[in-house]
Design a protein around this ligand. Structure first.
Ligand code: 5GP
Length: 186
């Protein structure tokens, strides 16, 4: 039994298979290619969760681009704290650049709204967000704090893992996205 099989045992249900993710990324890539042709975007990955998605999405964008990485921390365990902290800043100047932020999942949007606020003061030409997952909000009082222009999937409002997303640093290397069994949290 491999480590991947062992992790698979912890998964209650698969939400998006490897195949579904790769098909959706191809479609997203076509849209991004059309929108960013000739614009030389700076594609900014939010670590660590966005790293797996970043690696795939930049390869589906058939345009000249640059990559940079930023780390913010906003989560401890499975609940949003609302607190965000820049752990690693960008290496490149973003003044006058077309910025595409690549993020694994947007839930409340608090993390990205904070980040965008910080980045806007550095005078980029534009900032857009590309998120693999956007959590569906059923309660209208739960307002999202950012606009996400490019979305892979609108996912159920559950805690998900895999394809870069972790639970206590585990499951990031699962090639698909799923929900954990309750006993894993026990
Ligand atoms: P937000 O600020 O939008 O509420 O939360 C964004 C960050 O919280 C994401 O970048 C991700 O790191 C983390 N997060 C939100 N929902 C989930 C989830 O279902 N699973 C995992 N693993 N992380 C999540």
């Amino acid at each position: 039994m491999t480590i991947i099989d062992e992790m698979k045992d912890d998964i209650k249900k698969v939400l998006y298979s490897q195949q579904q993710i790769s098909e959706r990324l191809e479609q997203l890539g076509e849209k991004l290619t059309a929108d960013y042709a000739g614009k030389n975007p700076l594609v900014l990955c939010v670590l660590k969760g966005g790293s797996v998605f970043m690696a795939d999405i930049v390869r589906s964008m058939k345009v000249q681009l640059q990559m940079d990485f930023m780390a913010v921390s906003s989560y401890s365990g499975t609940a949003t704290t609302g607190e965000v902290r820049v752990v690693k800043d960008l290496e490149s100047s973003i003044e006058g650049r077309e910025i595409l932020i690549v993020e694994d999942i947007v839930d409340t949007g608090l993390t990205l709204s904070y980040l965008i606020q910080q980045l806007s003061s550095r005078k980029p030409a534009s900032i857009n967000i590309c998120a693999l997952l956007l959590k569906k909000k059923t309660d209208p009082s739960e307002q999202r704090h950012v606009d996400v222009k490019y979305v892979g999937f609108e996912c159920p409002d559950e805690f998900v893992v895999g394809y870069g997303l972790d639970y206590n640093e585990k499951y990031r290397n699962l090639p698909y996205i799923g929900v954990l069994k309750e006993e894993v949290y026990a």
